[in-house]
Design a protein around this ligand. Structure first.
Ligand code: CP
Length: 331
């Protein structure tokens, strides 16, 4: 494997094989597998899990890593093309990314959406530019519309808990004080569809996932025997659900308009997951990629209760990513 940028680049069987490798590495550690290998990690945006789990994963496989947070102890890096660089950025990624890539065996990059122009974000223009600047093995640590490492860990989490392949997976919008990117919901809906699940996207008006995201998930579902639909009806969506995957995201109609977004979300404070959401789904598990704001997106009682599997989900970032690194870098 040369690049891990999008779960959609892999067949269902290839994903299952990666998950098998993740389970094997959990049972049979390989502390010398990546001896001498170096992973460069470039974070244009904050992280807790991705940052820590990749560093730990490399160390557990015998390799090492370095971390760059552009503008924090390093030069600020410009990512836009064709601009006159008379602002804060002292260096362009056109120089910076190849330089960093030349120091390591694989590179991981996190670069969130600009959140202004939906077409540009759907095209992954910022991440794609950087991906084209190196032919080294590359990992998407979360881009404008994708978070494949999270998706792989989420799939493993459901397998660990024997969530039925054809079970109902409800991706629900949740309230947040401001618009957040679409990367996790887009990746989650595609992952569950590729797993073969009955996927229901539950969201208020104005927050539908972009048609291109839904279409991609539907294609994955068609190939895997699953299905994908959307609704605003919470009770109907959740009745019989096995998984409630909660995520906050910004308005898509309109997209990138913070005032319109604020107006749309103002009356939606009740989109905070409480225990009474689960009346028709007593065995439903709760997933969230974290970080999460307590009692805004999910109530304390649910996060701390027995249906929450958010800690396992976060832990699974480690074995899932170790499988990616192993397949990418082991000679
Ligand atoms: N879920 C996730 O990617 O967490 P971080 O943003 O903390 O890396």
């Amino acid at each position: 494997m040369k690049r891990f940028l999008d779960l959609n680049d892999f067949t269902r069987e290839e994903v299952l094989s990666l998950l098998e490798l993740a389970r094997r590495l959990e049972k049979q550690p390989e502390p010398r597998a990546l001896a001498g290998k170096i992973l460069g990690l470039v974070f244009f945006n904050p992280s807790l899990r991705t940052l820590a789990s990749f560093q730990v994963g490399m160390a557990r496989l015998g390799g090492t890593s370095f971390v760059i947070n552009p503008g924090q102890g390093t030069w600020q890096l410009e990512t836009r093309s064709g601009v006159t660089m008379d602002g804060v950025a002292a260096e362009h990624v056109r120089e910076g990314i190849p330089v960093l890539a030349s120091y390591c065996d694989a590179l991981g990059i996190r670069a969130f959406a600009d959140g202004k122009n939906l077409d540009e974000d759907l095209a992954e223009s910022r991440f794609s530019l950087m991906a084209q600047l190196t032919d080294k093995p590359l990992i998407n640590l979360e881009s404008a519309m994708n978070h494949p490492c999270q998706a792989l860990a989420d799939w493993k989490t459901m397998d660990d808990l024997a969530v039925p392949r054809a079970g109902r997976f409800v991706l629900s919008w949740a309230w947040h004080p401001r618009a957040l990117p679409l990367a996790v919901p887009a990746a989650a809906v595609h992952m569950a569809a590729l797993r073969g699940m009955e996927v229901v996207v539950l969201r208020p008006e104005g927050f539908a996932l972009p048609p291109a995201v839904m279409e991609r998930a539907r294609r994955a579902a068609a190939a895997s025997g699953g299905s994908v639909r959307e609704t605003t009806d919470r009770e109907e969506a959740l009745t019989g659900a096995q998984i409630l995957y909660v995520k906050e995201w910004g308005a898509t109609s309109p997209y990138g308009d913070s005032e319109a977004d604020a107006r749309l979300r103002a009356p939606l404070r009740d989109w905070c997951v409480r225990e009474d959401w689960f009346g028709g789904a007593p065995d439903c598990r709760l997933m969230h990629c974290l970080p999460v704001r307590r009692n805004t997106a999910i109530a304390d009682a649910v996060l701390d209760g027995p249906r929450s599997i958010v800690q396992r989900e976060a832990y699974n970032r480690l074995p899932a990513q170790m499988a990616v690194l192993h397949q990418m870098l082991k000679a």
